[in-house]
Design a protein around this ligand. Structure first.
Ligand SMILES: [Zn+2]
Length: 256
């Protein structure tokens, strides 16, 4: 696989007219790649037809244990129980604590609530195979989406082995192409990934790739389907990732 310097990352799709405008900009650039994390159903219904229409290379990173189920993304579950604002804040916090504590928190949250369990329709094998046949690379985003930098080696290995079984059993080809959940990279997880035959690993560091690219530490830019076009262009230029820290720095100085 030839790794492009500019790789954008999306999650879900609602603002389709804006997304199409973004694709028209990507189409004019050489050497770009669209990646989409988590496998939200809107990828299939909204984004995939447009990616095929514009013939833009794309990778969909799936969470294998959710495929063909109604099990929600765990962060959606937190927002379901705690409301959008508080839940979003809590979900962010949970990404930075040991994995086992995150799991306990979720179990407790479910058991303390009177609400029925949240359901979320996930992509099916049939949909994945259809997209694979039409050129979308269906790739690996772990089995249950823990943050690998918050897991022990045993958990990471089990996650990867489960994805391997899933990809093989379902004739999906992108097992060895992996995106760290939430970009949670560390040296130990990289070693395990290598041992388990992962060839490409994508970060989520909001950077453009420079020079010789390490295939196990590929940088990606973060965008949304509703990112305004002016900002989208700024992000693609690589200036945005420098501009944001610079802005925060200037703001702090001016506030003194
Ligand atoms: Zn993810």
């Amino acid at each position: 696989m030839n790794i492009p310097k500019t790789i954008v990352t999306y999650h879900s799709f609602e603002n389709i007219s804006n997304f199409e405008k973004q694709l028209q900009i990507l189409k004019k650039q050489k050497n770009v790649l669209v990646t989409v994390d988590d496998g939200d159903l809107t990828f299939y219904t909204e984004a995939y037809p447009l990616l095929v229409k514009y013939k833009i290379p794309a990778i969909l990173f799936i969470i294998t244990s959710l495929i063909g189920t109604e099990i929600p993304f765990w962060w959606n579950e937190i927002m379901y129980y705690q409301g959008e604002v508080k839940g979003f804040k809590k979900a962010t916090e949970l990404k930075y604590i040991p994995n086992q504590e995150r799991i306990y928190y979720l179990i407790k949250l479910r058991s303390l609530s009177d609400k029925p369990l949240l359901k979320q329709q996930q992509l099916t094998i049939k949909q994945l195979l259809e997209m694979q046949d039409n050129g979308i690379i269906i790739a690996n985003h772990s089995d249950t989406h823990p943050m690998f930098d918050q897991c022990n080696e045993e958990v990471i290995r089990a996650e990867i082995k489960n994805t391997k079984l899933f990809f093989e059993a379902n004739n999906l080809k992108g097992y060895s192409v992996f995106a760290y959940p939430n970009g949670g990279y560390n040296k130990m997880s990289e070693t395990v990934l290598k041992q388990e035959g992962i060839e490409f690993a994508f970060l989520f560091d909001h950077k453009i790739n420079k020079g010789i690219i390490n295939p196990l530490r590929i940088s990606r830019l973060s965008v949304n389907d509703d990112t305004p076009i002016w900002k989208f262009k700024l992000i693609l230029s690589g200036w945005h990732s420098k501009w944001v820290p610079l802005n925060i720095f200037l703001y702090k100085i001016l506030k003194r």
